[in-house]
Design a binder for this molecule. Structure first.
Ligand code: NAD
Length: 413
């Protein structure tokens, strides 16, 4: 199969790590690079005007040697098989790094959901599940939300699946509303997991300063600001799509959250100085947290970064060229597949609770999350020390080793 550009890049990361695994047979590594199953489905939907429109959707189940495949479903006009395949590979790596018993998968539909009525969105979501239901299930492939998909969409998909099968099986999908079996603590899990990792990472890298700058003030970034502030960090700068703000003595996060809710942006927050998103990335601080978009730290601005550590709460915020520059500068980078894996870890907890039919308190969820994140960090730290490489490379090395071991033990090889 010809690789598209996005999956092609993902496979380059695989190859860089794979050459260091000298005792894993080459043909086994080649086998681990191929998606197990790629579904392309055409989904007819009756639109509000009475006409049928056909949408194209995908579901790629990359590798299930460690357990059922798991990963989100994205609704976006730019979705492609190439992108979904790359994302399903990254989910395989993330789930392995996080230590949850899943393989990796991803799905998507080429659609701009903002152009659909609620009814059309519901019919599209239900019909997508109708199109792929033979290939999903709580012990087969477990979807979740991603870009522009919500707990409501997960609820429609779960309901459609249960109707087809004629049984209650809430563990078929995660990210559900609480009343339908969603987990407490899921809303803050990504940032909470990121903070648990950060506490370990600063200890391991001897970082004692507490100044933190956060790009993005959405679900991941704003919660990170709140939790880091409560944990004794000084949040000196944050930003959103409209721009950033700085206060060297630390921002009042509670007041800032109220301000953002009422004004729609962090810009103009009393007592702060306006800065651009580019300036935020170059601030004098201890920890920089990109929590917005991909590819924001590039070969153009990486040399200006002054933070001692970068915690990638966003997916893919650093380009490979920037990675090299940061590495040479001795900046510790905690990669996305570890830093933001608190989200998928609590999705795993949601699934476990669904399978048991027994639900945990928020405190129980957070304590279990802490244990998983500390374990995941320590696995990468040992790999990093053994292979004398960056945290990012150690994530790939660790994941590829675990996955190929599982394939081998199952007799795949
Ligand atoms: P979100 O939509 O809630 O928030 C995104 C934030 O980024 C908003 O504050 C937006 O204003 C800001 N933003 C947009 N363009 C910007 C720009 N040019 N410069 C600075 N800020 C900009 O999204 P989210 O759920 O917080 O996700 C953010 C990142 O975290 C994404 O990469 C996502 O994949 C990743 N992530 C999120 C979760 C989760 O559970 N929410 C889990 C894993 C990974």
């Amino acid at each position: 199969m010809e690789y598209g550009p996005v999956f092609g890049n993902a496979i380059k990361q695989f190859d860089v790590a794979a050459v260091k695994l000298k005792d894993v047979p080459k043909d086994l590594l080649e086998a681990a690079k191929k998606p197990k199953r790629s579904l392309i489905v055409n989904i007819p939907v009756k639109m509000d005007n009475g006409k049928i429109k056909v949408f194209t959707g995908f579901r790629v189940q990359f590798n299930d040697s460690r357990g059922p495949t798991k990963g989100g479903i994205r609704f976006h006009p730019n979705v492609s098989l190439d992108e979904v395949t790359a994302l399903s590979f990254w989910m395989t790596v993330k789930n392995t790094v996080a230590g949850v018993p899943y393989g990796g998968g991803k799905g998507g539909i080429i659609v701009n959901p903002k152009e659909l009525s609620e009814g059309e969105l519901e019919r599209l979501s239900r019909n997508y599940i109708k199109a792929i239901h033979q290939f999903v299930g709580e012990k087969i492939d477990v979807p979740a939300p991603d870009v522009y998909t919500t707990p409501q969409i997960m609820a429609w998909m779960m309901d459609e699946f249960e109707k087809i099968k004629g049984l209650h099986t809430p563990g078929v999908i995660t990210g559900k509303p609480i009343v339908l079996g969603g987990s407490l603590g899921r809303d803050k899990a990504t940032a909470q997991g990121g903070l648990f990792v950060l506490m370990e990472a600063i200890k391991a890298c001897n970082i004692t300063g507490k100044k933190i700058a956060i790009q993005g003030f959405g679900n991941a970034g704003a919660v990170m600001a709140e939790l880091a502030n409560n944990a004794g960090f000084k949040v000196i700068a944050v930003s959103d799509s409209k721009g950033g703000i700085l206060n060297e003595s630390g921002l009042d996060i509670e007041k800032l959250t109220e301000f953002k809710e009422s004004k729609g942006s962090v810009k103009g927050f009393p007592g702060s100085k306006e800065i651009s998103n580019e300036e935020l990335l170059a601030l004098e601080c201890d920890v920089l947290v990109p929590a917005a978009l991909e590819s924001v730290i590039t070969k153009e601005n990486a040399s200006k970064v002054k933070a001692k550590m970068i915690l990638e709460l966003a997916n893919g915020p650093t380009t490979p060229e920037a990675d090299e520059i940061l590495n040479k500068k001795g900046i510790h980078l905690i990669p996305d597949v570890l830093a933001n894996s608190g989200g998928v870890t609590v999705s795993y907890f949601e699934w476990v609770q669904n399978l048991y039919g027994y639900y945990w308190t928020k405190e129980e969820v957070n304590e279990k999350l802490r244990i998983k994140m500390v374990q995941a960090f320590n696995n990468l730290l040992s790999t990093k020390n053994a292979f004398k490489c960056s945290f990012r490379e150690s994530a790939y090395i660790f994941a590829i080793k675990e996955i190929t071991d599982a394939m081998k033990l199952k007799g795949f090889y």
